[in-house]
Design a protein around this ligand. Structure first.
Ligand code: FE
Ligand code: FE
Ligand code: ZN
Length: 278
């Protein structure tokens, strides 16, 4: 079965997102746990969560993917910023246990002149501080475009983080098609080769979700600007190969393209068409 959804606004709560997802033909969704630029989370509405859980179970929307604020930097040079990232993510993970079995995706961080080695070490240290043996959430490292001093623009960097984490069974990877393309991986010309390399370096068993985006920029541009499916430099043919690749079968796909809800409904229908369902 094809698991397809998109990024939704969490402003109106969980049940509202669940209903919105169903309305646009999705069977999963992604959302920001709080303002994407960071800051305080709204108090958890337990009644909303309880109703949502029942609704989501009935409609087959689970698991859902929570996205951490993208301004957090787990490998910042400044200790205060690292503490903020740790406390924010620990709080997100505690709240997510209300929806058991979810995914929590985050951008590994930017090392900002400390060097890749230090960046990797700090991110692993951050994960070792927040992962708990009893948690039901799987934390996902997102593949990055390698913009500036971003960590995670290469599969080897993700592997280096995974290797240092004490509870690797709580960790996985989310592959963003725009990001890996912008990082230089040839998903248009040689998807098989890219996935073989991912398997060799990280392991396909670690791949738990896909962000399905087209890109505004050329391969290797290290830019990270998402485009609507079929309107960018990746193109619909290559994206169709992603959706239908046997190594990715069963993974949830999330659109993070510049769209309003109607646009997302159309893209979801488009992806179903590419996959030959419904
Ligand atoms: Fe992201
Ligand atoms: Fe993404
Ligand atoms: Zn992006």
């Amino acid at each position: 079965m094809l698991k397809i959804g998109c990024h939704l606004s969490s402003a109106k709560g969980y049940l509202a997102m669940g209903k919105e997802a169903v309305r646009i033909g999705a069977n999963t969704f992604q959302f920001f746990t709080r303002n994407p630029r960071g800051g305080r989370a709204k108090p958890l509405d337990e009644a909303d969560v309880a109703v949502f859980r029942a609704f989501a179970q009935e409609r087959g929307l689970l698991p859902i993917l929570a996205h951490a604020p993208y301004t957090l930097n787990a490998c910042a040079a400044d200790e205060g910023l690292r503490t903020f990232a740790r406390e924010t993510m620990a709080d997100d993970l505690a709240r997510l246990e209300h929806i058991p079995g979810s995914f929590y995706n985050f951008h590994p961080g930017s090392h900002v002149r400390q060097g890749m080695e230090t960046g990797v070490a700090r991110i692993a240290e951050h994960l070792n501080a927040i992962l708990r043996p009893e948690q039901s959430t799987t934390v996902l490292l997102e593949t990055m475009a390698g913009k500036g001093s971003e960590v995670g623009g290469s599969f080897a960097e993700l592997c280096a983080i995974l290797d240092r984490v004490h509870l690797p069974e709580k960790l996985g990877v989310c592959l963003d098609t725009c990001h890996v393309h912008d990082a230089g991986y040839d998903i248009c010309g040689d998807l098989d080769g890219v996935l073989e390399e991912f398997d060799r370096v990280v392991g396909l068993a670690r791949l738990r979700a896909v962000h399905l985006n087209d890109s505004k920029n050329l391969r290797g541009s290290r830019k990270d600007r998402h485009e609507k499916l079929g309107f960018g430099t990746i193109g619909l043919e290559a994206l169709a190969r992603v959706v239908n690749h046997p190594a990715l079968r069963g993974l949830p796909f999330y659109l993070e393209t510049p769209n309003d809800l109607d646009g997302y409904a159309q893209e979801i229908a488009c992806v179903k068409g590419l996959a030959g369902v419904e």
